[in-house]
Every structure is written in structure tokens, then in C-alpha cells.
Design a binder for this molecule. Structure first.
Ligand code: C5P
Length: 221
């Protein structure tokens, strides 16, 4: 069994990907599986934490020992994260949150009109939950961890994102090849607001999760 270095700590983890409804049958979504967030939840339970997992459209089995709540859209995810964060030592935003949502929700199914061209789809911005949680810490010393996917200039773009979001740690994935989305394995560099840079080699998402908790535990101590 793992060292219970998160005992007595409440950690809140968001996982999966949001769906932004267009009408009762359609949504804008993304390919996030939720596997990395669930691996974070399982490993945090193993290290003694009280875990609240906020799951967005994952379809994965609930991790044993975690309190699981569900959220569909970014707005619903925000509500659950802000509520749970009020009592959290650590907030980890592993969910892929839609940056934009449809400007309007049609309460009945949008129909195609014979021969007519489709209407353009108007979008509005979603709130940045990570930036909001980081800017309004619910308790002193609360740690906020974000995830970011980058295709190029991983370190420079990651540093800029860390600063923009105001979080303590940013786990940056290089996307492309067989990494990140939907796979069992992952590789990342974790950037710290303290200037630290920790490379986590390619391996199971559980192993990456444990390395993230090592960095978190060192900062809680
Ligand atoms: O800006 P970008 O989407 O790359 O940032 C990713 C990080 O920000 C993830 O931790 C994600 O959970 C979080 N995020 C958020 N709210 C948004 C968009 C992203 O909390 N609207």
C-alpha cells in the first residue's frame, strides 16, 4: 500500500470532457476520456485523501472510496467545482472544459429546412474555471493544479498558460502520436509557479498521477 501522505486532505478532481448543448439531442463536445482524472482519483484514495471526483461525461466506473458527482456542461462543472473547492486542500482540473458554448439553446430539436443553407452557429465564451478557482482560493495554502495540452513549444506555451491561469502547478502534455486522449499511457512535464520543471516519462496514467501527487504532497507539507 502507498504512503498515506495525503491523509486528512480533501482533494477535488475534475475529469472527462464537457458537453455544451445545442438542442435536446445535440451538443458540442471533445474526445477527453477521463482516464487521467480517474487515475488521479484512485491514486489519491490510495494515498489517504478524501476525494471528490467531478465527472463530466466519462462513462467510467466510480473509483472505490471517492465521492463522485457528475456534471454535463462547463457551467454545471463550474458550479460543482466551486462548491467542492470551498472545503478543499487541493483542486486538480483534469477535465477538458469547452472554451465556448452555443450562444443559444433551442428547446426543441433544430430542423433542417428543405434546400435552405444552415444557419451559422454563434458561440459565446465559457468561464475559465481553473483561473477562477486559482484567483479566489477558498482557504489559505489551497493548491490549484491545471492540465494543458500543447502541440508545439511545450515549455514556453506551458509557462505562459501557468501564468495566465494563476495555478501552482501545470501538467503539460504534448499531444500528437499515441499520447493523452483516450490512451492508457501519458507523458508530461509539470511546471511549477516556483519555477520548477519536472519531466514525467512515458508510462501508465496511474504512474503519472502518483508523480503529480508527489509534487502536491511536497508543497502541502
Ligand atoms: O486554456 P486551456 O483550455 O488549454 O487550459 C486547460 C486547463 O484549464 C485545464 O486544467 C482545464 O481543466 C482548465 N479549463 C477550465 N475552464 C475552461 C477551460 C479550461 O478550468 N473554460
Amino acid at each position: 500500500t502507498a504512503d498515506p501522505d495525503l491523509a486528512g486532505r480533501h482533494v477535488v478532481i475534475s475529469a472527462g470532457g464537457t458537453r455544451e448543448p445545442l438542442d435536446p439531442v445535440r451538443y458540442l463536445g471533445n474526445r477527453s476520456s477521463g482516464k487521467q482524472g480517474y487515475a488521479l482519483a484512485r491514486t489519491a484514495v490510495a494515498r489517504g485523501a478524501r476525494v471528490t471526483l467531478i465527472a463530466a461525461n466519462t462513462g467510467l466506473p466510480d473509483p472505490a472510496g471517492a465521492d463522485v458527482v457528475t456534471a454535463g456542461s462547463a457551467e454545471q462543472l463550474r458550479e460543482q467545482v466551486v462548491k467542492a473547492a470551498a472545503d478543499a486542500d487541493v483542486v486538480v482540473m483534469a477535465a477538458a472544459v469547452a472554451d465556448f458554448r452555443p450562444a443559444a439553446y433551442a428547446s426543441s430539436k433544430i430542423k433542417k429546412k428543405d434546400d435552405a443553407e444552415p444557419e451559422p452557429l454563434a458561440l459565446v465564451r465559457n468561464p475559465d474555471i481553473l483561473a477562477e478557482v486559482a484567483a479566489h482560493r477558498a482557504r489559505p495554502g489551497q493548491l490549484v493544479v491545471g492540465f494543458g495540452a500543447e502541440t508545439d513549444d511545450v515549455l514556453a506555451n506551458g509557462r505562459a498558460k501557468l501564468a495566465r491561469k494563476g495555478c501552482d502547478l501545470l501538467v503539460v502534455n504534448e499531444v500528437g502520436e499515441a499520447k493523452a486522449f483516450g490512451t492508457e499511457e501519458n507523458e508530461a512535464v509539470v511546471l511549477g509557479a516556483d519555477g520548477s520543471e519536472t519531466h514525467i516519462p512515458y508510462g501508465p496514467k496511474e504512474a503519472l498521477a502518483d508523480r503529480v501527487w508527489d509534487l502536491v504532497a511536497a508543497r502541502l507539507a
